[in-house]
Design a protein around this ligand. Structure first.
Ligand code: MG
Ligand code: ZN
Length: 226
């Protein structure tokens, strides 16, 4: 006999502010489309980096910047609530970084990215990494105008992290499984995480990496077609 009681489920229209939210999402999609056109006009390839807090988004960007800066002119946006710690970390690799502070918001939106784009000379860059706030839920619903989307997950987030957050994986081009060196210590099977991703998003490319050592980063470069 289970002691688990019936699940409380939100019905359609029952969540507070659902109509307001529809308007917000629609406005965001329009701005994202404008961002996309602006980036295309200047030949800038923008890549979203999403994932939970501590998954390794910044570390991945640092490794990608080191690997690619001889081939592309790179810039980065870094979304955080109030700090610029990650932005400073990335800028140490000698690339232009715009820190975007969202205040209380738990995700970037296309309007904030539009403002950050005004800080760059788009003619002087080829590649733009946009690191979102650490969050697996709302970034899925707020496209920013990028060409590609990466989700970084790590084995330290446990064996069920993919199945628990399906929406973030739906529109994603590349899924990076980080901290692969800790998989056996964590009792997490990276192949199972990969299979979970493929069930949600059959077209997504999945790459296992260790962002501390750089192992696997070449596979991410290839998966992005860079
Ligand atoms: Mg970070
Ligand atoms: Zn949010």
């Amino acid at each position: 006999m289970t002691r688990l009681k019936d699940v409380v489920k939100a019905d359609e229209g029952e969540i507070f502010d659902v109509e307001l939210e529809e308007d917000v999402l629609k406005a965001n999609r329009k701005l994202a489309q404008e961002n996309r056109l602006l980036l295309q006009k200047h030949g800038v390839k923008a890549i979203d980096i999403m994932g939970a807090i501590g998954a390794g988004k910044t570390s991945l960007i640092e490794k990608l910047v080191e690997r690619l800066k001889g081939h592309y002119r790179i810039a980065a946006f870094k979304g955080d609530l109030t700090t610029t710690i990650d932005a400073e970390m990335i800028s140490r690799h000698n690339v232009e970084v715009v820190a975007i502070n969202t205040g209380k918001e738990c995700h970037l939106d296309a309007n904030l990215v539009r403002k950050a784009l005004q800080r760059l000379n788009l003619e002087s860059i080829d590649l733009l990494f946009i690191e979102n706030v650490g969050n697996l839920i709302c970034p899925a619903e707020f496209p920013l105008g990028s060409e590609k989307r990466i989700v970084v997950i790590s084995v330290t987030e446990g064996p069920f992290m993919v199945v628990k957050h399906p929406f973030i994986f739906m529109d994603t081009d590349v899924v990076v499984i980080n901290k692969i060196d800790l998989a056996s210590a964590m009792g997490v099977d990276a192949k199972k995480l990969e299979a979970d991703v493929k069930r949600i998003s059959p077209k997504a490319k999945v790459v296992a990496v260790n962002c501390r050592t750089g192992e696997g980063v070449e596979g991410v470069v290839k998966a992005l077609g860079l």
